[in-house]
Design a protein around this ligand. Sequence first.
Ligand code: HEC
Ligand SMILES: Cc1cc2nc3c(=O)[nH]c(=O)nc-3n(C[C@H](O)[C@H](O)[C@H](O)COP(=O)(O)O)c2cc1C
Length: 473
Amino acid sequence: MISKPAFVLVLLIVSLLGLPFVMVSSLSAATVKQMELQADEISTLATGIRSYYADNVVARLQKADGQAVFSENYRDVHGGIPIPATLSIELGALFDSAHSDGRINYAFLSDYPFAKRDVPPLDGFETDAIGAFRKDPELPRYVQLERSWLGRSTYRLATPVLMRPACVTCHNQHPDSPKKNWKVGDVRGIQEVTVRGIQVNGFGQLGYLVGYAGLLGLVSVGATATFQRQNKLLLSTNDRLREGSRREVDLSNQLRQQVQELSLLGAVVENATFGVSIADMRQDDYPLIYVNEAFCQITGYPKEKASGFNCRFLRGPDTDPITVSEIARAIREGKAYSCELVNYRLNGEKFWNRLTIYPFGGRPGKPDFYVGNQVDITSIRTFNDLASSQLIAIRPSIEAASLQVSQSITFAQGLRDQLACDDALTAEVDQFLNAEQSSLRQLQGSVAEIQDLIRLASAGQQHSPQPLQDQSL
Ligand code: HEC
Ligand SMILES: Cc1cc2nc3c(=O)[nH]c(=O)nc-3n(C[C@H](O)[C@H](O)[C@H](O)COP(=O)(O)O)c2cc1C
């Protein structure tokens, strides 16, 4: 498919290439016109000269019966002067020698040449012209234009040479005359003027024009190529732009999706039931940059009172200093850490905090952030405390009971030893003793169980540090 600019260019090239041809053709038309005029003038002039010579020189001299002798050989005859035909023939030769470039020819010819005249036979145009004049005595002229694009145009003009009374007499009497029955009005021959176009009419000079056209063509082709390349460049830029905008749309869709996911995660974090706090480890003293709603609820600190401060504001007199130093060490080493410690709400109220912190972002050992999770475990801790204190409280009484049982066993054993003789009584005491011993075993079992429970409870109360795996989100 040809694009519009290419079409315009082709049109331009064609018209530029056509320019020399238009120039040449108009030039050649002008030249031909000029050739016609020139041939006419020469012909008229030659006829005029010959007539003038025939009427005013030859006729008058003949009438005067002078010494003049009219002869075609006038040079060889004493007092000889040329007859009109010779004048014309010699005029033609004179004319031809004056135009050595062969641009203009003058000829005085006939189809009945005198015997002595050594002339080439007539060509087609000349024969045709004589024929035409003989056929139509009124015909004043016979012309031919040989147009040639690559050579030179030629304009040939023939006018009839008619016999007049004076001519007839001599021609019919002259010994060398090839025909002796000439009548007045006969076409004796023709006078022919040939004008050839100058070089520009032919395509000689056209070399320059062709060169010029070629140059124009080259320039045009170059321009077309440049335009085409420019066009291609534009098109490809356009493609790239389209591709870019498509990518942009893709990116913005991705971005929108990510923002949506982020806000979803944000909502999850914000609404979590445990506290979430984020500290910026790149800033001095690691201030909190985010705390969620649960953090505020657990600690009683509103966001604006927590954000921008190090989380140590939750510490108080009963916070275990060893635990705090272990947190500090974990942070120094960039590790995760989990512990339970006593913290204080804004209103001064104590609470048990199960704290987990873990690094996020940055390099290993030097995180950009720390994330903290706070869980209020006060109720669990209080229940444990309560259970163990109650156990501790009942231990003495159980121990007292077991002591009493063992004492009564000792007593029963003594009693059985004393009553060893009485079989019936001994049997009863043995029975009692067995029962007491099994009670004692039971009691001792209970005491051991209670002691286990107390140990367990107090062990749960103790902070038991447990390192977590580093987490990355
Ligand atoms: C005195 C005699 C004489 C007269 C008058 C005369 N001619 Fe001729 N003409 C001749 C001769 C002789 C020649 C040959 C010329 C040559 O060979 O140079 C000739 C040649 C010609 C030719 C050329 C023929 C050829 O050889 O091809 C023509 C045409 C011609 N004459 C026409 C005329 C006409 C027309 C007149 C009248 C105006 C005329 N002549 C008057 C003697 C005469
Ligand atoms: C993200 C994060 C959350 C924290 N949360 C608590 C907390 O809830 N309670 C607390 O007593 N200490 C918390 N800490 C620890 C303190 O901010 C502080 O680092 C620690 O008490 C050691 O402090 P020091 O530099 O004063 O020794 C947290 C630390 C970080 C990095």
